[in-house]
Design a protein around this ligand. Structure first.
Ligand code: SAH
Length: 426
């Protein structure tokens, strides 16, 4: 989501005449886009901001913009005191405060300002930031802002605001613009992306939107994330199963495999329901890949409850686990009402256990690809090897002197490991 937000700011800045600078110390405008989903992310953002202080001291004209979830939707007062050298604060997904600041500074009259404003912020006119035009193979489009679900541990609804779907026309327009600039693959983003359109009766469902997007000529692959088990529908499953451009890869977090922990987390489903959804998806789409998110060490999580999660993962053998140790976030339900009582050491132990299990699972799943020929979309060259992905979103590296950029080519898999595969053009 933040990557998509950053691209949007970059694009608005370019409409104002700014160009990309690869060296922070030489930039006239520095945008620090922040994440606070866990304490470690927040610390990283603050650490990074601290390194900008000497830059501001040596060049007071530089404009520093702090953006994203550290600022949140409620504005910036406590941050302003703490970081007086930041010129502009802006909420997630919102380039306007920065653009407005630059327009006020750089334009001479209201007419000129209005023209610049319209040009920089025109919605649905997203273009790729310059260094990426013709180079970026895969792009993100947020189709929904915010979240209204309020899982007990999660700060996102407080910082990104309530759920709001974007109009389908804007999304389609943006997608066409991206494809015209060379993009081959688009990933639709939302906190609970399978709820797309539920807040606006006239909007299509996610499945219908995927069907509309499939008609864009030149667009080769479509993905979406992240789904929530409660909103997963047969209609969406059918869309993935039948629309050729929609890739067989589903991001469906369970967070825990124990009913009491799931209740404490306010997730709204049982471990058994999650298991059934996975089974149902696999029956309909053989070979599908499914990723999940897991939090270990949620308040009150006993050894037995953790083992239920572990056992469920061992049984389901999912393709990927995005794994996190519970981190209390100020203002959330769990932070306010549930003591963070699993020790750091114990969180790490559980984390490593799941990590080790998942490494074995991935090794086993990837081994099935050995000797198979799969269509790979190539993204970029890293040293001597081209990096690409299977429809199931697995990383494949291929040695080749040819320019494979943006092409989809059949590749025979010659080696597999837990994290990636090697192959040769078939
Ligand atoms: N809306 C999406 C993504 C949320 S953030 C979803 O619900 O799946 C990405 C992941 O960060 C979450 O899925 C969760 O596993 C993790 N996460 C969120 N809050 C956390 C917290 N307080 N501590 C640890 N992990 C957290």
């Amino acid at each position: 989501m933040n990557e998509a937000d950053s691209d949007r700011v970059a694009s608005a800045l370019e409409h104002l005449g700014y160009t990309y600078s690869p060296v922070i110390e030489e930039a006239d405008v520095i945008v620090l886009n922040t994440c606070v989903v866990r304490q470690s992310a927040e610390e990283k953002a603050i650490g990074r901001l601290t390194t900008l202080l000497p830059v501001k001291r040596s060049r007071p004209d530089v404009v520093i913009n702090m953006m994203g979830c550290l600022v949140g939707i409620k504005g910036s007062n406590p941050l302003q005191k703490r970081f007086p050298y930041v010129d502009v604060f802006s909420a997630p997904s919102d380039p306007r405060p920065l653009i407005e600041y630059l327009i006020q500074r750089d334009t001479h009259n209201e007419e000129e300002a209005e023209t610049a404003r319209r040009f920089a912020l025109m919605d649905g006119e997203l273009t790729l930031p310059q260094p990426q035009v013709g180079k970026q193979v895969s792009a993100y489009i947020p189709i929904q802002y915010g979240c209204s679900h309020a899982c007990a541990y999660c700060i996102i609804p407080y910082r990104r605001g309530i759920e709001k779907s974007r109009p389908p026309e804007d999304i389609l327009h943006e997608a066409r613009a991206l494809v015209a600039q060379g993009v081959k693959e688009i990933t639709l983003l939302g906190q609970i992306v399978d709820r797309y359109g539920k807040d606006e009766p006239s909007f299509p469902s996610l499945a219908q939107l995927l069907a509309q997007m499939s008609e864009i000529e030149g667009l080769e692959r479509l993905r979406f994330l992240t789904s929530h088990p409660n909103w997963w529908t047969d209609e969406l499953l059918e869309a993935v199963a039948t629309l050729p451009k929609v890739m067989p890869h589903i991001e469906l977090p369970n967070q825990a495999g124990d009913d009491q922990v799931l209740t404490n987390m306010r997730r709204g489903y049982s471990a058994e329901k999650y298991r059934q959804i996975i089974q149902h998806i696999r029956e309909r789409i053989p070979g599908v890949s499914i990723a999940t998110d897991i939090i270990v060490g949620f308040p009150g999580e006993t050894e037995e409850q953790f083992m239920n999660t572990y056992q469920q993962l061992a049984e389901l053998r999912l393709d990927m686990v995005h794994l996190a140790r519970y981190s209390p976030r100020k203002g959330t339900l769990s932070e306010r009402t549930m003591p963070d009582d699993v020790s750091d050491e114990e969180k790490w132990r559980r984390f490593r256990m799941v990590e080790k299990l998942e490494e074995e699972v991935m090794r086993e799943i990837h081994a099935r690809y050995l000797g198979q020929t799969v269509p790979i979309l190539f993204e970029e060259k890293q040293k001597k090897r081209w990096k690409g992905r299977t429809p199931t979103n697995k990383l494949v590296f291929v040695e080749s002197d040819a320019d494979l950029h943006g092409q989809i080519l059949p590749v025979k898999v010659t080696w597999t490991g837990p994290w990636s595969m090697l192959g040769e053009l078939a």
